[in-house]
Design a binder for this molecule. Structure first.
Ligand code: COA
Length: 324
């Protein structure tokens, strides 16, 4: 019997501390005007010592389960995307599993930088379709504040911390484009561009935990071209026209990239979910955080067709089409 993955709940968590552009400009040669004009960012949330990827991921997961009306006993897999895990091992997903009181199934992390949520969603969808799991928490949780060089104005103003999660459960039957489920996911990577966005160290290097290094304009160019390809791919795979899309929930890296994608798809600006002004770029957490906001305030409703896309270090990129 064919199976598909229903998105039953979504939740998010943001650190309590908010840092505005003006706050950064007090100790950095930058300005609120420059950051807003070039990126659309007004503020970001920054984690305290207690707000780790596991702690925030568990909070987001609890909110997703609550919305789905599901308990920990209905979870049999946790797939967590992060580039800022609490520890080299165990996986942050396993820490979340323990925090939630889940004892079934398995849990593991995925590292695909800002594309991490799309990658994790794709793996979860595949495992549900294959019958390997029936209730999957897909989480993006990041504390980029810990890997930023706070003296580097070209990177530190761009990122924020947070976590988002969705709960997927299996349903039986072959889906059509009208079925409420993950319709398709599309993943890409091109390691030849690994050096335009990376962290120059690792948890395993005692002296160099590493900070984020980026060639912003090169990433920008790749984003516009690759994301356009990934969204066309998602529509073609489902024999859908652009007009079928109800919502674009993009990775939140730069307002100009988001606007370019919305325009390319012919979507009215109010059909594009934007959180970058308040969250900045929360990497793997940005899509589920944006989804949580738009479902929570009633914009995205059952039956709506949601297109998601992301690009990040690797380079990695991808898209997903989900019928809510
Ligand atoms: N405040 C003030 N000035 C800044 C600044 C800051 N925070 N950061 C950079 N500048 C300066 C630069 O030093 C440069 O000055 P110069 O002309 O004297 O050398 C000038 O602003 C323009 O810099 P540039 O890098 O050309 O700006 P940009 O328009 O390309 O915008 C980014 C920079 C990073 C905002 C943009 O390239 C971007 O968003 N790229 C994509 C990044 C991304 O998506 N990353 C995550 C992927 S997941």
């Amino acid at each position: 019997m064919a199976r598909h993955a229903v998105l039953a709940g979504v939740g998010g968590y943001l650190p309590k501390l908010i840092v505005t552009n003006d706050d950064l400009a007090r100790s950095l040669d930058t300005s609120d005007e420059w950051i807003r004009e070039r990126t659309g960012i007004r503020q970001r949330h920054v984690a305290s010592a207690e707000e780790t990827a596991a702690m925030m991921g568990a909070a987001a997961a609890r909110a997703a389960l609550r919305q789905a009306g599901a308990g920990p006993d209905e979870v049999d897999a946790i797939i967590l995307a992060t580039s800022t895990p609490d520890q080299a091992f165990p996986a942050t997903a396993v820490r979340v599993q323990a925090a939630l009181g889940v004892t079934n199934g398995f849990a593991f992390d995925i590292a695909a930088a800002c594309s991490g949520f799309i990658y994790a969603l794709s793996v979860a969808d595949g495992m549900i379709r294959a019958g390997q799991a029936s209730g999957v928490l897909v989480i993006g949780a990041e504390v980029y504040s810990r890997i930023l060089d706070w003296q580097d104005r070209t990177t530190c103003v761009l990122f924020g911390d947070g976590a988002g999660a969705v709960f997927l459960h299996a349903a039986e039957g072959a889906p059509t484009a009208a079925t409420a489920c993950v319709l398709s996911t599309h993943l890409h990577a091109d390691g030849r561009h690994g050096d335009i966005l990376y962290v120059d160290g690792a948890v395993g290097l005692r002296e160099r935990p590493g900070t984020l290094v980026m060639n912003g304009s090169a990433v920008f160019r790749h984003a516009v071209v690759n994301l356009a390809g990934a969204v066309e791919e998602a529509l073609a795979a489902n024999h859908l026209e652009r007009t079928a899309i109800d919502w674009l929930v993009p990775h939140q890296a730069n307002r100009r990239i988001i606007d370019a994608m919305g325009k390319k798809l012919g979507l009215a600006p109010e059909r594009v979910v934007v959180t970058i002004d308040r969250h900045a770029n929360t990497s793997a957490a940005s899509i589920p955080l944006a989804l949580a906001e738009a479902v929570g305030d009633g914009r995205i409703r059952p039956g709506h067709l949601v297109l998601m896309e992301a690009l990040g270090g690797g380079l990695t990129w991808g898209s997903a089409l989900v019928r809510m």
